[in-house]
Every structure is written in structure tokens, then in C-alpha cells.
Design a protein around this ligand. Structure first.
Ligand SMILES: Nc1ncnc2c1ncn2[C@@H]1O[C@H](COP(=O)(O)OP(=O)(O)OP(=O)(O)O)[C@@H](O)[C@H]1O
Ligand SMILES: [Mg+2]
Length: 264
């Protein structure tokens, strides 16, 4: 089992956790609520305020685009929302539970069961095939091999990458790698996808294909928060959040007319 050699690295970012106690996400409208969230990085005696007093609410089933200049705090915000990092100050409620008080282990459990990540550079594990990359989250969720197989096969079919199942990531095009990464993000029926510039390394045809995929997932009920530098792709979302120097300056509701924004 090749997973054994991969485990330590994967565990760093996706350690095993128990499920959230008492939460019944389907009955909760609010998926995410952050209150006065602040993130300060301190290194070499330099302080950087990456997120400054941010407030944000995201409901179940929303598709939210986050846009802003380079260095404005988009990845930092996504990392905190995904519980890969913690805020310096403020509250973070996920499924109406204050996860800022959770232990590292509790956060990782919650993350593993509910959140899928899609990154600009795909972040597939090069030593694993497409099939094995997609299977990995299910391995950590404790599913049996036959259970994993059934789910992985249907997910690959849905994302049209079955013919590439035995390929390694570097044998795939960028678009195929991102489809595999999206498959990995949803294979455990994760309710929330956090995507950090998912089309950033793709040409327009593949970018559009990945956006179509995300839109279809959203229509099927998955909540999506996507960082993008593309105004066009931001317009695929139901709501736009702008960030400047760590400040969430406004939240716009798209009117449905491309390029026209209306302040909430
Ligand atoms: N680990 C870190 N240590 C110190 N400073 C950091 C760290 N990570 C990010 N920063 C700083 O925090 C700020 C926000 O960075 P972040 O990566 O969130 O920006 P971004 O909006 O995602 O930018 P880009 O569009 O270039 O990806 C930047 O000033 C960055 O230099
Ligand atoms: Mg970034």
C-alpha cells in the first residue's frame, strides 16, 4: 500500500479528527460566520496584518467569489476558513460552532469530513495515481476498500477522468489535474469547497471547464468559496467579496447582468 509512505506528509495538512458534535448542518442556514477576525503574521521582527477585523457570513449552498490585489489576504482568509491556520483574534463559527476554541485535532476532523480544497497548482501527490489521489480522503475517513472503489469510480466518471485513472499527475494536462483535484475535494461528500485561484494555471478552455464543474457542484448543493483574479470567473458566483489590505471592504450581490454589481 503506497499510502503508507505518503501518510506523514498528508497528515501534516489533513490530520484525523472526530466528527463535529451535535451539529446538523442541513438544518442550519449559516455555514460560516466570522466576527472581527484578525490575522497578524510575525516574522523577523516584522508584523504583517494579513486580515484586519473581517466580518463575513456564508450560507449553505452559496457560491462566493473573493477577489482582491496580490498580498491582500485572500489565501490567508481561505486558510483560516479551512482551518489550516488559526486567526490571531476574533471568532469563527462553522456550522454554528465556535471552532476558534477547537483543538487542532478537532479542527482536523471537522476539516476532513466537511471541506475540500482546490489549489492553483493542483497539489496532487505525484507518487500516487489519479485513482489513488482521489481515494486518499476516503482512506482517512475509514471506508473499506470496496466502499472506496465504488465511490472513486463514480466520482471519476462524473468528472470524466476515468480513462486517466492509472496515470500519475505529471502525465496529465493541467485541466485533467484540476479535474482530479476537484474529484478529491468532493469524493467524501464534503459540503464546502475552498478554491484558491483554481483556474490560475489553466488556459481559457480548461479554466471554463473547471468553472463549469464548480457551478454544477454548487447547483447540486455544495457551498463554494473561490478566490479568483478573474472578473469574468468571479461573475459566475452568486456573490462577490472584495478584500484590500486585509479589509473586506464590501460584499456585492451580482444582479445577474454580467459585469454589473449592486451593493448589498
Ligand atoms: N507565513 C507568512 N508569514 C508572514 N507573512 C505572511 C505569511 N503568509 C502571508 N503573509 C503576508 O500576508 C499578506 C497576505 O498574504 P496572502 O497570501 O493571504 O495574500 P493573497 O491575497 O493570497 O495574495 P496573492 O493574490 O498573491 O496570492 C501578505 O502581505 C503576505 O506577505
Ligand atoms: Mg493567494
Amino acid at each position: 500500500m503506497r499510502f503508507r509512505t505518503i501518510l506523514p506528509r498528508w497528515n501534516q495538512a489533513h490530520s484525523l479528527r472526530p466528527s463535529i458534535s451535535g451539529a446538523t448542518p442541513n438544518r442550519i442556514v449559516k455555514m460560516i460566520r466570522i466576527n472581527n477576525l484578525k490575522k497578524v503574521y510575525r516574522s523577523n521582527n516584522v508584523e504583517t496584518t494579513a486580515i484586519a477585523n473581517a466580518n463575513l457570513r456564508v450560507d449553505f449552498g452559496e457560491f462566493v467569489a473573493i477577489t482582491g490585489p496580490s498580498g491582500s489576504g485572500k489565501t490567508t482568509l481561505l486558510s483560516i476558513l479551512g482551518m489550516l491556520d488559526t486567526a490571531t483574534e476574533g471568532e469563527y463559527f462553522l456550522f454554528d460552532t465556535d471552532v476558534s476554541k477547537y483543538s487542532e485535532r478537532e479542527r482536523a476532523d471537522l476539516r476532513r469530513e466537511n471541506i475540500g480544497f482546490v489549489f492553483q497548482n493542483f497539489n496532487l501527490i505525484n507518487e500516487l495515481t489519479v485513482y489513488e489521489n482521489i481515494e486518499l480522503p476516503l482512506f482517512y475517513l475509514g471506508l473499506t476498500s470496496s466502499e472506496r472503489r465504488e465511490i472513486v469510480m463514480s466520482t471519476m466518471d462524473r468528472l470524466r477522468i476515468t480513462p486517466r485513472r492509472n496515470h500519475f499527475p505529471q502525465q496529465l494536462s493541467g485541466g485533467q489535474q484540476q479535474r482530479a483535484a476537484v474529484a478529491r475535494a468532493i469524493v467524501g461528500k464534503q459540503k464546502l469547497i475552498l478554491a484558491d485561484e483554481p483556474t490560475g494555471n489553466l488556459d481559457s478552455r480548461n479554466g471554463e471547464e473547471v468553472m463549469t464543474l464548480l457551478a454544477q457542484l454548487n447547483e447540486a448543493g455544495t457551498t463554494i468559496i473561490m478566490v479568483t483574479h478573474s472578473a469574468e470567473y468571479a461573475s459566475w458566483a452568486g456573490r462577490l467579496v472584495r478584500i484590500f489590505d486585509g479589509h473586506l471592504v464590501n460584499e456585492d450581490i451580482l444582479t445577474g447582468v454580467p459585469g454589473v454589481l449592486e451593493l448589498r
